[in-house]
Design a protein around this ligand. Structure first.
Ligand code: 5GP
Length: 236
């Protein structure tokens, strides 16, 4: 399948149309941004790690009953995916307090939450991706109740599957952000990516951060952390 025109360029990926109107090609970049684009940089090799890690995890989820956009990995940076229209929500699942939740609620980072937390943010860069709830989502017509129920059910199932899978690789899944899309017939499927850019991964034994927080917080060893995740999950 060949790329035709570029449809979109985001902060971390480009999306191309193909000769098949139902399929797109995603190309992962090494560009890194944080804090809504205020911090910019490059993480050498990030695009390749995120491509293969995301595909690996989506394949595992697909085998366990979660419909995803993954069709075929084309090369180290590019993947053929089903074309979707993205539901403009960032779905965030949290097992352990960290990041903006810790700030907002005054919880120490690393504290286990008594219940898994699901949050929605409305994807809008100009507004800074504000936190919204089911009522806002219905009021804005972002998704209907049935779609949102599907999205929430998939998100919790993904949490169970991913947490168990990563635990075997010595990785604790602290929290993550996922996005869903609608195919041409309106089916909700998992889209975007699952990678060290979009998840907090901590080493189970040492608590070492193996994710984009190393870039966000200037902790150093960013490339090594991404590579460590690739090695633990893909063994190469
Ligand atoms: P927080 O709200 O604590 O900043 O992020 C919670 C989780 O969602 C983290 O795993 C973080 O990586 C992910 N996340 C939230 N918003 C974004 C975003 O705009 N871009 C990316 N790459 N990840 C996000």
């Amino acid at each position: 399948m060949k790329k035709t025109v570029q449809l979109y360029e985001g902060k971390a990926k480009k999306v191309y149309a193909t000769e098949d109107e139902n399929l797109c090609i995603v190309s992962y970049k090494d560009d890194a941004t944080a804090f809504n684009g205020l911090k910019k940089g490059t993480i050498e090799g990030k695009g390749a790690v995120n491509n293969v890690v995301s595909n690996h995890l989506m394949r595992m989820l697909e085998q366990n009953g979660i419909p995803t956009h993954l069709v075929e990995e084309l090369n180290d940076r590019e993947t053929l995916v089903k074309k979707v229209s993205i539901v403009p929500l960032e779905v965030i699942i949290r097992n352990i307090a960290a990041g903006s939740l810790s700030k907002r609620l005054g919880l120490p980072e690393g504290e286990k939450l008594k219940k898994t937390v699901l949050e929605y943010c409305y994807k809008d860069d100009d507004l800074g991706d504000p936190l919204v709830n089911e009522y806002h989502i219905a009021a804005l017509g972002i998704a209907d109740d049935e779609e949102l129920a599907t999205i929430a059910a998939y998100s919790f199932k993904i949490n169970d599957l991913l947490s168990a899978y990563l635990k075997d690789a010595g990785i604790e899944l602290i929290d993550y952000k996922i996005e869903f899309g609608r195919t041409a017939d309106g089916t909700i499927i998992l889209a975007d990516e699952i990678s060290p850019d979009t998840c907090r991964f901590w080493d189970s034994k040492t608590g070492k951060k193996l994710d984009k927080d190393r870039f966000r917080r200037d902790l150093g060893g960013v490339e090594d952390a991404y590579d460590e995740i690739r090695k633990r999950l893909l063994g190469k």
